[in-house]
Design a binder for this molecule. Structure first.
Ligand SMILES: Nc1ncnc2c1ncn2[C@@H]1O[C@H](COP(=O)(O)OP(=O)(O)OP(=O)(O)O)[C@@H](O)[C@H]1O
Ligand SMILES: [Mg+2]
Length: 256
């Protein structure tokens, strides 16, 4: 097996399915027999809640980044074999402030992951909808970036900010930061969706996965029910699309 792939799922725009993509790729890769760790870096803690059904974990990523807790001590099992989680908590919303003057603040997550990363085949980092210190930590810790994009109006407007931030980090912090793929999401099969998809493909070319995730209420319901889409609604268009996406990810990452 090759070394661990660490994907940062990033897009500074809110509500573009960073969390949904993280969770469903996580389940899918785990069910494909890979050892998967999800890291929730968003103070909204949506990934944490959708997997555990509560926000009562201690310690959390906050303790790892701010109090020096070992990341291994913050890892929790989920209901899914092969799928582990480093939970988030609301106090992570103060991380930008608390980490502002911490030495090496951009590399804290990378350093925390180093001792345990070989225990996993894939580590997926869900990020908040901004380009603050937590997203920068995800960029520095990752081997590759996955960009989820919602096929709605303004989809590409914030992307230039994301791309210039990534370029700044490449230039200044000696990271490669390759884009592994772009996942087009929330396809309504409307003319608007089609036009936006065309613009996304023009911009990112072959980086865009062939699989386009449709807007499908079962996807949202599954998270609301703390369930895996592949169990909750296996025949849904959402589950089928995520199954195809997982295959594409495995093909790109492992050549299978
Ligand atoms: N394929 C889908 N069909 C229908 N609803 C979806 C789909 N994917 C995601 N959603 C819903 O869209 C909303 C936004 O998705 P999500 O929370 O994953 O975005 P996000 O980028 O993580 O948001 P934030 O920026 O707030 O972290 C959620 O309510 C989610 O359940
Ligand atoms: Mg989210």
């Amino acid at each position: 097996m090759q070394s661990t792939r660490i994907f940062a799922l990033c897009n500074n725009k809110g509500g573009v399915t960073k969390t949904t993509t993280t969770i469903n790729l996580g389940y899918g890769l785990a069910r494909a027999g890979r050892r998967v760790l999800l890291v929730d870096t968003d103070a909204q803690s949506n990934t944490t809640y959708s997997l555990l059904g509560n926000l009562e974990q201690e310690p959390t990523l906050f303790d790892v980044l701010i109090n020096g807790t070992k990341l291994a001590d913050a890892i929790v099992e989920t209901g899914e074999p092969n799928l582990h989680l480093v939970p988030s908590s609301i106090n992570l919303s103060a991380a930008d402030l608390l980490m502002a003057s911490a030495p090496g603040r951009e590399r804290k997550l990378m350093r925390a992951l180093t001792p345990i990363k070989e225990n996993y085949d894939y580590i997926l980092i869900d990020t908040p909808p901004n380009l603050g210190v937590l997203t920068v930590n995800a960029f520095i810790a990752c081997t590759d970036v996955i960009i989820p994009i919602a096929l709605t109006t303004y989809a590409l407007i914030g992307i230039s900010i994301l791309e210039s931030t990534m370029q700044e980090l490449r230039d200044n912090l000696d990271v490669e930061l390759p884009i592994f793929g772009v996942v087009a999401n929330l396809d309504d099969h409307t003319r608007l969706s089609n036009n936006v998809l065309g613009a996304v493909r023009d911009h990112f070319g072959s980086l865009v996965f062939d699989t386009v995730i449709p807007r499908n209420i079962k996807v949202e319901e599954a998270h609301n029910q703390i369930a895996c889409i592949f169990d909750y609604a296996p025949m849904s268009t959402g589950a089928q699309a995520y199954t195809k996406l997982v295959k594409e990810v495995l093909h790109r990452a492992e050549g299978i």
